[in-house]
Design a protein. Sequence first.
Length: 312
Amino acid sequence: MHELTSTRANPLIDPSLHVWEWQIPVYLFLGGLVAGMMVISGYFLLSGRHKRTRCACFMLPSLSLILLSLGMFALFLDLEHKLYFWRLYTTFEILSPMSWGSWILMLVYPAILANLLLRLPAPLQISFPRLQQLSDQLVEHPMFAKWVGAVNMVLGSLLGVYTGILISTLAARPLWNSALLGPIFLLSGMSAAAAFVHMIAREAEERELLAKADNGFLMAELIFIALFVGGMATSTQVHQQAAGLLLGGPYTAVFWVFVVGLGIVFPLVIQLLAVNHKIQHTPVAPILVMLGGLLLRFVIVSAGQLSHWTGN
């Protein structure tokens, strides 16, 4: 009889392997937030709300470009070989989520810029008069706004789902190996975006509309999180061990208290009272929603990397 002893992939030898640090959760959060803002802005364009001079949709393209660029910078910081990022665009791998994501991000920028042309910010109007002339010409075509709105909604949805699919395909990490992460990250991004636009909207009607939409996103997110955790807890042994990180393990408190409790349930209660005119709308709930969305990414990314080792 021969005995083979291996000391690799052993919790006593390699307690954990953290490949992704803070940059990835920040990128995933900002990408999801921008995705939600694109969908909301696109909806406003399709529904004709952009005809109102105080529509929040005119603030979203500039903010989206800034936030997405910050997210891309965080992703760039995480790259091991930063000078070779361009190689992602020399080919397209149809079965690679990272390849899909790279090209989606490439298309997102022109879509946001087209949205920006519907009403240029004042500094751009002054500095680039010819760009303002182009904007005036495009606005005269009624279908331009609708096409821009539709494209932003489609690309925003793809961007939001991609942020979850990107890690769900990594089967070596049991906590990530769930098709539900795509919808969860999309709903979380939509919720964070609705909360953010709720805070910056200048019309009371828009704030009311976005609060109601956010309530729907939060309730749907709760359902998908329950399915995600329940599915893990009733699956194979390695998935049960991964779920244990959130059910009695080191991430239990931060996940259930800060992500679910303070990031979803508590703001949902506040906003339900607000839309039923029991209390006034305040920035408290939107801020908690966005913080909860950010913490969700940190927990999933961090716990997911640890879940590989708990399965051995």
